[in-house]
Design a protein around this ligand. Structure first.
Ligand SMILES: Nc1ncnc2c1ncn2[C@@H]1O[C@H](COP(=O)(O)OP(=O)(O)O)[C@@H](O)[C@H]1O
Ligand SMILES: CC(C)(COP(=O)(O)O)[C@@H](O)C(=O)NCCC(=O)O
Ligand SMILES: [K+]
Length: 243
């Protein structure tokens, strides 16, 4: 079985795969990987891959170095089943390239936009020839709520849960609609502009934050919460024999 560790800026995801299939996914603190031992005791793991977008602290590094099976740490030198055209591969977030590999594994030969709504929202484009062109980084949903609160004197911290209006009627609904509708329109804008050039575009949505869409947009989006984990599993299998 494969062990996949995806350490994000908010939360770590640890998953067990059998060949290409997800067996179980765990959430863990990104500064302690608290469930790692439990997972490794529960399943017979034969190899693993770790991808992180933060520097690992000593405690996490130690836990990882003690694992009893070979573990790849995804970096800019890891072999990928796609071509990476990002001009600074050494600074590219590993979750970003993993999400792209995950999407392209499902639909090889298609033009794909991959959207990952986590701490940040990332937009990635890979073309039908398997060339990853790069993408954009924008603030995540929680970050937008926090920023409005932090950088103003009067705006409260609002959450995504609650009444969502098209046009805000008071401070709370104005902030909620501003953030959530803003993200929805941002996504819609990317889809529309890419579709001009790539009419057959497919769209994948992943990440921990739920995004609500009008039904028209919803019908063309594949939602897969585990796309980054699946991409990492694909990269691990692709590199099998090389570790
Ligand atoms: N079990 C969970 N643990 C932590 N966050 C969760 C969980 N389920 C959903 N979330 C939401 O997912 C967001 C984190 O998304 P994720 O894509 O995992 O972020 P990152 O990769 O940047 O750490 C959190 O802001 C939270 O709103
Ligand atoms: C853009 C990100 C912060 C997204 O991280 P996440 O929201 O998944 O925690 C991360 O992929 C990152 O730190 N990237 C490095 C810069 C780059 O990708 O060019
Ligand atoms: K992200």
């Amino acid at each position: 079985m494969n062990l996949i560790i995806d350490i994000g800026n908010t939360v770590a995801k640890i998953a067990v795969f059998e060949a290409e299939e997800v067996v179980e996914v765990f959430y863990a603190s990104n500064d302690s990987l608290d469930v790692l031992k439990e997972v490794c005791d529960k399943y017979p793991i034969s190899r693993g891959i770790l991808a992180s977008v933060i520097d690992l602290n000593d405690s996490v590094s130690q836990k990882v170095s003690k694992l009893s099976f070979p573990l790849i740490t995804l970096d800019s030198k890891t072999l990928l089943p796609i071509q990476n055209l990002y001009e600074s591969p050494e600074t590219l977030g590993y979750d970003r390239i993993a999400a792209v590999v995950g999407a392209y594994t499902y639909f090889p030969g298609k033009d794909i936009l991959v959207i990952d709504a986590g701490t940040a929202i990332t937009y990635e484009f890979i073309d039908a020839n398997g060339c990853y062109h790069g993408g954009n980084i924008s603030p995540g949903i929680q970050m937008r709520f926090k920023a409005l609160n932090n950088f103003t004197g009067k705006l409260p911290l609002v959450s995504a849960q609650g009444k969502l209006l098209h046009i805000g009627k008071d401070t709370e609904t104005a902030i909620r609609a501003g953030v959530l509708k803003g993200v929805e329109y941002e996504i819609q804008g990317y889809i529309e502009s890419l579709k001009h050039k790539y009419p057959e575009l497919l769209v994948f949505l992943t990440g921990g934050d739920e995004i609500s869409f009008d039904t028209k947009l919803k019908s063309i989006i594949f939602a897969d919460r585990f796309l980054v984990l699946k991409g990492l599993n694909r990269i691990l299998n692709y590199n099998n024999g090389r570790i």
